[in-house]
Design a protein around this ligand. Structure first.
Ligand SMILES: [Fe+2]
Ligand SMILES: [Fe+2]
Ligand SMILES: [Fe+2]
Ligand SMILES: [Fe+2]
Length: 431
């Protein structure tokens, strides 16, 4: 692979003119990758950039609903149409024979290796601690879903992960359920925070939001009560993560500043995708979309100058160093796990779990949601019951899981599906 520079001047780099950015259906929809030979991190980039585009589309609508400036509304409509076309191209690279659970494993791999790398390189200590905290939760999700993949579809999660990301318990998912207010963090100060912290936060927020959406959109596709409950449980944790990361953003950033930040985030992420991509066909897509985003950035930077009298370079710097890459973070994750597995959230901070106040609000919340059993514990227990003697790392959870009263309710949904006679892996109930 040719060497690609890691810095660029995003304000001077030439982009693709806006009137050359719309694509036909034929141009937009590309052949999917082959799930058997795609590199795990190519798939990770596809998942990440789908989330980034979705956030940019979504934010653009939000902005449009809150402004009456025709020039701004007009440019939002133009760039938003491009964002959603890009999203189709990217998301449609996922192949139809990749099951929801296989894709789920890939989503959690993205969460782990994205969060870990960003944390390792995050300049702000408080933001870094927030990333480390979230990291151990997604790391545990990967373990729970891996058990479900094995249990329900009889597949090895390493066929997706390719040995790049470990499958061991993190902070137990049963402990991720917090009182909603406890999730909120202190925000960075927009005038003091480095542009890199802003880009890290918005990138991670986009990825977590996409994970939330994916679980909410696809969890119902399994007939198994256990699978449906596990998607409900972890889907809710992803909602926590969205609230958690978005609370790091400084709310005094204006809509226009945020819009420029979104475009800059797209440039940042397409740049590393382009620099790191090993599949030449997909690399071309990253390069083309990078060209589109540079133009979006320039146009929105002009808007910022015109309507707020602010040069975007003052806010976001002259040059951009992009050293992000999807890569293994096993050592880093293990170190964070050792130090922080037992940390829990308190108002705007963290505390060891044995030093939580008696009236910690999350106790009450956990009592409510875990009242009828905990799917993330049950999946481990069931898997251990059906499988060879407990030998894997994390099997100590068996003891804990055995303490969970498991009552298998009749699953009317599964019964209804089974009534069709369609006994596919997605419709088999777990007994
Ligand atoms: Fe975009
Ligand atoms: Fe997760
Ligand atoms: Fe997450
Ligand atoms: Fe854009």
């Amino acid at each position: 692979m040719t060497t690609v520079p890691t810095t660029l001047d995003p304000w001077r780099e030439k982009g693709i003119p806006l009137d050359k950015q719309f694509r036909s259906w034929r141009e937009r929809v590309k052949a999917p990758y082959n799930k058997r030979d795609v590199d795990a991190y190519t798939r990770a980039r596809v998942i990440l950039m789908n989330g980034v585009e979705n956030e940019c589309w979504n934010y653009s609508h939000h902005f449009a609903r809150c402004t009456d400036n025709p020039a701004i509304k007009g440019l939002l409509a133009q760039t938003r149409m491009v964002e959603q076309q890009q999203q189709t191209t990217i998301n449609w690279l996922n192949p139809p024979d990749q099951t929801v659970l296989e894709t789920t494993i890939a989503y959690e791999q993205v969460a782990v290796d994205l969060t870990a790398y960003l944390a390792r390189n995050e300049p702000d200590a408080y933001v870094r601690e927030a990333f480390n905290f979230g990291l151990l939760e997604d790391f545990d999700h990967l373990y729970r879903y891996s058990e479900l993949l094995d249990y329900l579809e009889g597949k090895d999660p390493d066929s997706i992960l390719q040995g790049k990301t470990e499958i061991i318990p993190g902070r137990p998912t049963a402990d991720h359920h917090n009182d909603p207010e406890v999730m909120l963090r202190k925000h960075y100060e927009k005038n003091r925070a480095l542009p890199l912290s802003k880009l890290h936060t918005l990138t991670l927020l986009s990825a977590e939001q996409q994970t939330y959406l994916f679980y909410k959109e696809h969890g119902f596709e399994y007939g198994s009560r256990l699978a449906r409950e596990l998607y409900a449980e972890i889907g809710e944790v992803e909602e926590h993560h969205v609230s958690f990361y978005e609370s790091l953003l400084d709310p005094s950033e204006t809509y226009l500043e945020r819009q420029v930040m979104h475009e800059l985030m797209e440039v940042y992420n397409y740049f590393h995708c382009y620099a790191q991509e090993t599949d030449p066909r997909i690399k071309q897509i990253w390069e083309e979309f990078l060209g589109m985003e540079l133009t979006h950035l320039h146009l929105w930077g002009e808007m910022l100058k015109q309507y707020q009298g602010v040069d975007p370079r003052e806010l976001f710097g002259d040059t951009m160093a992009v050293d992000f890459k999807f890569t293994e973070n096993k050592e880093y994750v293990r170190r964070v796990l050792e130090r922080q597995r037992d940390l829990r959230l308190i108002a705007y901070g963290w505390a060891p779990k044995d030093r939580l106040p008696k009236d910690w609000p999350s106790y009450r919340y956990q009592q409510i949601v875990n009242a009828g059993g905990i799917p993330s514990e049950e999946v481990v227990m069931r898997q251990l019951q059906q499988r060879r003697p407990a030998e894997r790392p994390g099997d100590e959870l068996l003891d804990r899981a055995r303490q969970v009263a498991v009552k298998v309710d009749a699953d009317t949904t599964a019964a209804a599906v089974a009534g069709d006679g369609a006994a596919t892996p997605a419709t088999q109930e777990v007994k």
